[in-house]
Ligand binder design. Structure first.
Ligand code: MG
Length: 464
């Protein structure tokens, strides 16, 4: 999955979400050991926090990674199996860096390694590059026998995290409502934490798929409607007020209403913005998410700042602008009063709070935000992106308005609006020879029409 060449002949190991690959194929114990030594050499800290999601290969890869870190004289606190945001919370509170072994929403044969900085945010690219250079050169700072690191387990990280999330919401209102919530962690890292959180808040919780087998047999860990058939069908029974699902490492949350309707991530984002924002506040989201968020912010009198795609950029912009909420359309919502990272449990708590305070049904709340339609397509490209976007730009600049989000280079993704306010975003994939085209309109028909125009034009460019 990784291994794409970077500059100066050093192979790039970290993708947008860390190192990813099939365990014992790309991601071997030898490789994890090297990455551990590189972390131990490159990152200036005496101690690291290390945790895993539920995948079968977690203990095997963690043992190697931890051995590598300790061989460089750095100690490790083992947090066990926990959500990525729970490890991020531990890192921030203890001001130490961390590593999480996870492949998020990928199928069970995959695993991954992701670095976390001392402030709980994702490791910046320049630190990843120094790790890549070390893995390539093998020039590790191995310690003498009397200076190797130690290993200390700590089993309170989930409890600390759950308490912190619970403290951010109106527990009294939630308790009073006694919501019936169905939780589907999909055998992922939230297998105990979300249930624990909601019970503490006074919800009546039922869980499915809450064993940490790491095999993801009941469902694929990506919380999309096609993978959430069991949750959706149980919600249709009418016995629950809200359904919540997570991805494999629980930095994202996905929701189903009391009638069994899955809530689109763009609508969810707008809904959470609506419940959190006050006049004068700032929210942040990438150019790829729906204009439903713009409409909600405009109505409240809040400012919406758009960024290029990717959660590290969203996080950075939130820090710079002092935003009170931010996130992407995939259910990755960032609430800085708690912490500066995507957080599935925090998102669940905000939604439960909103529902409890409204006294109505979840579907009624969802109906209050615009339901625009985004059609997402990807096309294999024969041309490099640098050759594609200027031609698209020249072909459409006269008939459409070019979005000039400050700081966003056209080369990051070209966004064009038509006269009715519908838009198209065209951008290159960071990992594959693919061009992604997103088209949003007020109706499905219009979105499909708009999408088709651009899909056909990129196909044309492949041949001309
Ligand atoms: Mg994830």
């Amino acid at each position: 999955m990784a291994g794409k060449p970077a500059g100066q002949g050093v192979p790039r190991l970290f993708g947008t979400n860390g190192i990813r690959g099939v365990a014992n194929e790309y991601l071997t114990t030898e490789f994890a050991l090297s990455v551990g030594k590189a972390f131990g050499t490159a990152i200036k800290a005496g101690r690291f926090a290390v945790g895993t999601d539920t995948r079968l290969s977690r203990h095997m890869l963690m043992s190697s990674l931890v051995a590598g870190i300790m061989s460089c004289g750095k100690s490790v606190t083992g947090l066990g199996t926990l959500p990525t945001p729970a490890l991020q919370y531990y890192c921030r509170m203890n001001k130490i860096p961390g590593v999480i072994i996870t492949a998020s929403h990928n199928p069970p044969q995959f695993n991954g390694i992701k670095g976390i900085d001392k402030d709980g945010t994702e490791l910046p690219r320049e630190k990843e590059e120094s790790i890549e250079r070390l893995v390539h050169s093998g020039d590790y700072d191995v310690a003498g026998w009397d200076e190797v690191g130690t290993y200390t387990p700590y089993d309170g990280a989930i409890e600390d995290y759950v308490s912190a999330v619970a403290s951010q919401v109106n527990a009294a209102a939630i308790k009073k409502r006694r919501l019936k919530v169905l939780v589907d962690p999909g055998e992922g890292a939230a297998y105990q934490s979300t249930e624990m959180l909601l019970e503490r808040l006074g919800c009546d919780v039922t869980s499915i798929n809450n064993k940490p087998t790491g095999l993801f047999k009941p469902r694929n860990p990506e919380p999309k409607p096609e993978n959430l058939k069991e949750l959706i069908s149980l919600m249709k029974s009418g016995r629950y007020d809200l359904g919540i699902a997570h991805d494999g490492d629980a930095d994202r949350a996905s929701f189903v209403d009391e009638n069994g309707e899955w809530i689109d991530g763009d609508r969810l984002l707008a809904l959470v913005f609506k419940s959190v924002l006050k006049p004068g506040d700032t929210a942040v989201t990438p150019v790829s998410s729906s204009d439903a968020s713009d409409d909600v912010c405009k109505k409240i009198g809040a400012k919406l700042v758009r960024t290029k795609v990717g959660s590290p950029t969203v996080t950075r912009t939130m820090i710079d602008t002092g935003a009170v909420i931010g996130g992407e359309e995939n259910g990755g919502i960032i609430y800085p009063r708690h912490q500066y990272c995507r957080d599935g449990a925090m998102t669940a708590a905000l939604v439960v709070q909103m529902l409890a305070e409204s006294k109505g049904k979840f579907s009624d709340l969802v109906d209050e935000v615009p339901n625009y339609v985004i059609v997402r397509s990807s096309i294999e490209t024969k041309r490099p992106w640098e050759r594609v976007w200027p031609r698209v730009y020249r072909a459409f600049e006269k008939t459409m308005r070019v979005d000039r989000t400050p700081g966003l280079r056209l080369a990051d993704g070209l966004k064009l609006y038509d006269i009715d306010g519908n838009w198209v975003l065209i951008r290159a994939s960071g990992t594959e020879p693919i061009i992604r085209i997103f088209a949003e309109a007020r109706t499905k028909e219009d979105a499909e029409k708009l999408s088709k125009t651009f899909v056909n034009y990129v196909k044309y460019l492949n041949e001309h």
